[in-house]
Design a protein around this ligand. Structure first.
Ligand code: HEC
Length: 151
């Protein structure tokens, strides 16, 4: 026990400043980075679904897996202290912070729909995937309509 405690202290001293607790600005950058990663993958999938690009089942499945992995990480980026910032612009709507249960439900829906899409991508073809993709798009939009401010 004592050894573990001492080791903890030593490691603590060795940890650089940026490893310390996240600030509000860090949280805003974190969630925006995740949203951009979502969009990167989602746009490519959309191009395949809409037949603007040839359908590549393996790539689509990989991107669907990424969405399903990213979705459960997003909620963590909406911490206290990240409502507004002097330095990092955010489009999170002010309602989000006092309607947190509703917001979390919409996030939960995104998790469920991206998981369903990733599962379907293992066996469905493009036409079979279209409704699953549409449900994910709907989950993005449902939340943006309520909780993301316009540009
Ligand atoms: C539960 C709510 C919610 C869901 C679901 C959601 N978003 Fe968002 N999204 C937001 C909010 C809030 C912001 C604004 C974040 C900020 O600026 O701090 C945002 C911002 C973004 C941004 C802009 C990021 C930037 O550069 O600042 C993109 C792109 C984006 N979302 C894409 C998506 C995509 C694609 C999906 C679905 C696959 C999705 N979002 C699902 C709430 C959501």
């Amino acid at each position: 026990m004592k050894k573990a405690w001492i080791l903890g202290v030593l490691l603590g001293l060795a940890v650089p400043g940026w490893v310390m607790a996240a600030s509000g600005d860090d949280a805003i950058e974190y969630r925006q980075g995740l949203f951009r990663a979502l969009k990167w993958n989602f746009s490519d999938m959309g191009a395949m679904i809409q037949e603007r690009k040839p359908f590549d089942a393996a790539r689509f499945a990989q991107e669907a897996d990424r969405l399903a992995a990213l979705a459960p990480m997003l909620g963590e980026g909406f911490i206290k202290g990240s409502e507004k910032s002097e330095t990092v612009p955010t489009r999170a709507a002010s309602e989000l912070w006092y309607q947190r249960d509703r917001f979390d439900q919409l996030m939960q829906q995104l998790e469920e729909k991206t998981a369903a899409l990733a599962e379907a991508a293992k066996h469905e073809d493009r036409d079979g995937l279209r409704p699953y993709f549409g449900q994910v798009a709907q989950a993005c939009k449902a939340c943006h309509d309520r909780y993301r401010e316009r540009d």
